[in-house]
Design a protein around this ligand. Structure first.
Ligand code: GLA
Length: 720
């Protein structure tokens, strides 16, 4: 476990994973990444042939080329014709050739400065490679951290300018991996607003397949992650390797298959609209990348990634703590509320057993609609019928916690903040603004702006007994042009992210008792960068139970279920117009962190009875869902008519099955459960029937639903 050095081989060993790197005369070559190997004797014969047209850096040696060697960062400009990891402009070119100067092992985790990093832990070890390009006077330091309890390795790179003049970094990936030729598939999580985390799987062919964001946020349409798996991999079998980035801004991830069918993967900051001026003596650190491996299929890959995120990324004080069942007033009232309405809603919620009341958008400044007042974080006492603390006291008195919505990174033109500081918006001087939801983005690359937001939000959180914050971000960045020079503007997007991480780490550390949920019009910034500070995320603005199935399926691929906010909303649904039974809306929302987002005060008694029962039941199964192992039994791929998931925790298991449309003349579905003990007896709580674990796993559980659309069934078994 940890880091082992044997001769010229470096072994980076996590729980079920090895990365083996060879030092070959100063070049670092990737011998293996994947299943655990204690002793490696591999030969490199295939790569040491005279592959015509591959450049050879050594005279009279036509068998060594950077183009055919498997590397951990691409040497740029010396015969490796694949996508490089670095492009650093120095003198009149971007050539770099780094050679190993030193390596050492550190205990624990090394954090990337100012960037989201895994928590420090005693059970981790970090291998540090120090490389130098003596000609360009640059140093490259690579950090690889191995974890004893997880099958993941984290890594990042630091570039140091040892020369006496500035250089410009034009590309700096966080990590790169070259893996042997094979038939691979690549899986990405894509989609759109209200359709986030759609699982896309395709064959890796010669050429480059990449995903990227240039929105200033990771975006709804892609996730900073890429999974390379055997073309034959299934949920239960086959090898898979996930690359993820702990970053919430512009990113890129690619897979490249070259002319020899060798495959290169990379992930890091997007170099579109990026450059970094590195002054003499300065350092630049890339965001942290995460590699997770499974030899046992995609479900196991997900479980390993979920475990790592929960154990090493999420704020510790929330990672293993049950999350409250909430009521959010957004779809209940939108902007149309007064104190009385909010208290009626809280009253009803409390009677139904709900635990947290969240006041969404519209409580501050002149915010009567979404065209104005962002930036004016002053309570609108007229609308709230008095000070915020009064409302909070009343909500607390009903036995509910209190949560509040903010959108701190934004500014409306119609706001006191804009009238005072029009230059604080991201903009290109002299040009008209580009609007989105009629709002602009504050320039978090300006420390004054960050200081203002820190104090404005801190004041409200300090003066009021707030238990939860929903941190929203409802547009993407355009008109980037605040720099003093073109180069400074190219640095702006990343400086923004450093400002954002400074802001959120300050507020979440100072108010460490507050549960923060991140949101960006739903899942527009649902990434590991935000999850390092905000342990919960509003997965989508689409609250339709049926539309949620593929969104929740995609979210489960890499992120823990405990991170996922999932609400029961009105029927017909506001986004889709679909009418879905309250039972199915509840069953789907119970596949994540249950919440309600509808006007409880106007529901028929029969619905309220169902909700009260759901809330009580969720309290029974909450640990199983939030702390349990998650298994995907039937995947709601596009066009699929069914979905089923299972959670297993401490002898308990919850199974949820949803059928979209009623069918006729097809036999009922049998679900083969997973992760149970063969010889144990499990009691179905709803009926008292008992089954053996082997029976549930190998003979299965046959679902019987009456005819009807959008029906579902949830089963809760407890080991006897
Ligand atoms: C975004 C969020 C919603 C809600 C509104 C408020 O769209 O995703 O949940 O908070 O903003 O304006």
């Amino acid at each position: 476990m940890g880091i082992i050095i044997k001769g010229n081989l470096f072994y980076i060993q996590s729980k079920e994973m090895s990365m083996i790197i060879e030092n070959r005369e100063g070049d670092l070559l990737l011998r293996h990444i994947g299943g655990k190997i204690a002793n490696y004797h591999g030969s490199n014969a295939i790569l040491e042939k005279d592959h015509a047209f591959s450049g050879n850096p050594t005279p009279d040696n036509r068998t060594f080329s950077y183009d055919t060697q498997r590397q951990i960062f691409g040497v740029h400009g010396f015969g490796d014709f694949r996508c490089p990891s670095l492009k650093i402009q120095h003198d009149n070119n971007e050539l770099t050739q780094f050679k190993l100067k030193d390596s050492h092992i550190l205990h624990g985790v090394v954090e990337a400065t100012g960037l989201p990093s895994p928590h420090s832990t005693e059970s981790a070890e970090t291998l540090v490679f120090v490389l130098e390009d003596e000609f360009a006077k640059l140093r490259l330091t690579l950090y690889y951290t191995a974890y004893a309890d997880c099958t993941s390795i984290s890594t990042f790179a630091k570039i140091s300018n040892l020369s006496d003049k500035a250089v410009v970094i034009n590309r700096a990936l966080s990590t790169m991996l070259d893996v042997p030729a094979s038939n691979y598939d690549v899986i990405t999580l894509q989609g759109a607003y209200a359709r986030e985390k759609t699982v896309r799987r395709q064959k890796v062919e010669q050429g480059i397949f990449s995903i990227a964001s240039n929105r200033g946020a990771s975006g709804h349409a892609q996730t900073p992650a890429m999974i390379l798996c055997d073309g034959t991999a299934t949920e239960e079998a086959g090898q898979a390797l996930a690359l993820q980035l702990l970053y919430s801004g512009n990113f890129q991830a690619f897979v490249q298959k070259n002319q020899l069918n060798e495959v290169r993967l990379g992930i890091g900051i997007n170099d579109d609209n990026f450059a970094w001026q590195l002054a003499a003596g300065d350092n630049f650190e890339t965001p942290v990348a995460l590699m997770t491996y499974s030899a046992k299929g995609l479900t196991h890959l997900s479980q390993e990634s979920q475990l790592f995120v929960q154990n090493h990324i999420m704020p510790k004080q929330f990672a293993h703590v049950e999350r409250p069942i909430l009521i959010n007033n957004w779809e209940a009232t939108y902007f149309d509320f007064k104190k009385e309405k909010l208290l009626d809603l809280a009253d009803e919620a409390s009677k139904l057993g709900i635990e947290l009341f969240v006041l969404d958008d519209g409580w501050f400044g002149n915010r009567f609609d979404d065209n104005r007042a962002l930036g004016d974080w002053v309570v609108n006492e007229e609308k709230l019928g008095g000070p915020l603390s009064d409302l909070i006291d009343k909500v607390h008195a009903k036995g509910l916690k209190f949560g509040l919505w903010f959108e701190p990174e934004m500014i409306s033109v119609d706001s006191d903040l804009y009238r005072a500081h029009p230059d604080w918006a991201i903009q290109a001087e002299g040009r008209a603004h580009t609007y989105s939801r009629n709002q602009l983005v504050l320039n978090l690359a300006n420390p004054d702006v960050v200081a203002y937001i820190k104090s404005a939000i801190d004041k409200i959180l300090t003066e009021n007994a707030i238990d939860y914050v929903k941190w929203d971000y409802n547009r993407n960045i355009t008109n980037i042009g605040n720099g003093d020079s073109a180069l400074a503007t190219k640095m702006q997007s990343h400086v923004y992210m450093l400002g954002l991480y400074d802001l959120v780490s300050y507020l979440t550390e100072k108010h460490s008792n507050i549960l923060f949920e991140s949101c960006s019009g739903g899942g527009g910034r649902n990434d590991l960068g935000m999850m390092r500070y905000f342990p919960q995320v509003w997965a989508s603005d689409n609250t339709d139970a049926i539309s949620r199935l593929p969104i929740q399926y995609g979210s489960s691929y890499l992120y823990p279920i405990i991170s996922m906010g999932s609400h029961v909303s009105a029927s017909p649904n506001h986004q889709m117009g679909r009418t879905t039974p309250i039972e199915t809306r509840g069953n789907v929302a119970m596949m994540g962190n249950l919440g309600y987002e509808l006007d409880l005060t106007s529901l028929p008694e029969s619905d309220k009875e169902v909700i009260a029962a759901q809330v009580a039941h969720y309290k029974d199964i909450r640990q199983v869902v939030q702390f349990g192992k998650h298994y995907r039994l039937i995947n709601p791929e596009q066009g699929a008519n069914e979905a089923a998931v299972q959670f297993v925790y401490e002898g308990k298991t919850v199974v949820t099955y949803v059928r979209t449309l009623s069918t006729i003349e097809t036999i009922e579905t049998t679900l083969k459960l997973k992760g149970l003990e063969e010889v144990a007896t499990y009691r179905l709580q709803e009926t008292g029937q008992v089954f053996s674990g082997a029976e549930l796993m190998y003979a299965g559980l046959t679902v019987t639903l009456p005819q009807g659309d959008y029906l579902s069934q949830q089963y809760y078994f407890v080991k006897q």
